[in-house]
Design a protein around this ligand. Structure first.
Ligand SMILES: [Zn+2]
Length: 326
């Protein structure tokens, strides 16, 4: 594996590589950030770099350590909580026992603890003891979506590395380079992934329903603006069933309205849903430009989160959409 397997996070990569080169490796790291940012992949590449016999700025992928890592078969690499469920005290006891043993082959042992915030209180307290007297040949990497869920005493003894959302441009380039995705689809995936790398990859592999949902919502939007107000009653059950999804639905609608405004203003390049361009042209011909519809939809989304009357908020939004696209 190479550091380029994870898109973006350039500062993090540079600091990890520098730590190895300068032999200033911490005994415990926290990799913190939303799910799907490549925390686990980067932890693996870092582990491989620590084991690699010819490390420069990337692991060599040729030495026996690298080959073992790449075939999930290195005896000094330990993955804890692979299923990302609760971490019980017994698992931490096993970890501690292993931490104080010598490495099998390498000069180091690496422990990657997935969803580290899932440690029970007992497990966390036991784990803390390893951090008080850390053995010099162990590197522990805790992965978490939020370090506030870890004991402050654990956090204070580790080096926290925060993963940030990746720019759309970086994701787009990454998809083109690594997955041979065309311009249009990488643009769509970059846009709908909101800076979460794995989500973008799932979108282009059609492993998640994002694009299908987008298509449904755009068609629904078309139906709404081409019907009279009766449609609002017809759609009641649809919006009821999709209450948990409403954020995403409103967001797709907002992106769509933006596309229509871009079309209207001859800014075709900025259109996101390029595969529905023809429909966007049609819709753009009837949109009232000076409406504050996007703002209203954002408010609808916010209001629903703060528990206003759901049905009333949706009805209001649909009526407004009909009024603006007349
Ligand atoms: Zn190597």
């Amino acid at each position: 594996m190479l550091y380029s397997k994870v898109a973006g996070q350039e500062e993090i990569k540079a600091s990890l590589i520098k730590a190895i080169t300068n032999k200033q490796i911490s005994h415990c790291y926290i990799f913190e950030g939303p799910k799907g940012m490549g925390k686990y992949d980067l932890a693996l590449i870092f582990a491989q770099s620590l084991f690699c016999e010819n490390f420069t700025i990337n692991p060599c992928n040729e030495c026996s350590s690298c080959i073992k890592i790449n075939s999930d078969n290195h005896p000094d690499l330990h993955i804890i909580n692979n299923d990302e469920v609760t971490i019980k005290r017994e698992e931490i006891d096993d970890l501690i026992e292993s931490v104080y043993k010598k490495p099998y082959e390498s000069t180091k042992k690496v422990y990657i603890i997935k969803a580290a915030h899932e440690m029970t209180t007992q497990a966390a307290n036991t784990f803390l003891k390893t951090l008080e007297e850390p053995p010099g040949d162990s590197v522990i990497i805790l992965l978490t979506t939020n370090s506030n869920f870890l004991l402050p005493t654990i956090v204070s003894r580790c080096q926290t590395i925060k993963f940030r959302n990746v720019s759309k441009e970086t994701i787009k380039e990454y998809l083109k380079e690594n997955y041979n995705t065309n311009e249009e689809k990488s643009g769509l995936a970059a846009e709908y992934s909101k800076g979460i790398l794995n989500k973008a990859v799932n979108i282009i592999n059609e492993n998640d329903g994002t694009l299908k949902q987008r298509e449904e919502v755009i068609k629904l939007f078309d139906k709404i603006i081409n019907s009279d107000s009766e449609i609002i009653y017809e759609l009641e059950s649809f919006f009821d069933e999709n209450k948990d999804n409403i954020d995403a639905i409103i967001e797709i609608m907002m992106m769509w309205i933006r596309d229509c405004l871009f079309m209207k203003n001859k800014m075709d390049d900025l259109v996101i849903n390029k595969d529905f361009k023809q429909l966007a042209v049609t819709h753009s011909q009837c949109i009232k430009e000076d409406s504050n519809i996007i703002e209203l939809m954002q408010n609808t989304s916010d209001n629903i989160k703060s528990n206003v009357n759901y049905k009333l908020a949706i009805d209001n939004m649909l009526l407004k959409i009909q009024e603006v696209f007349k």
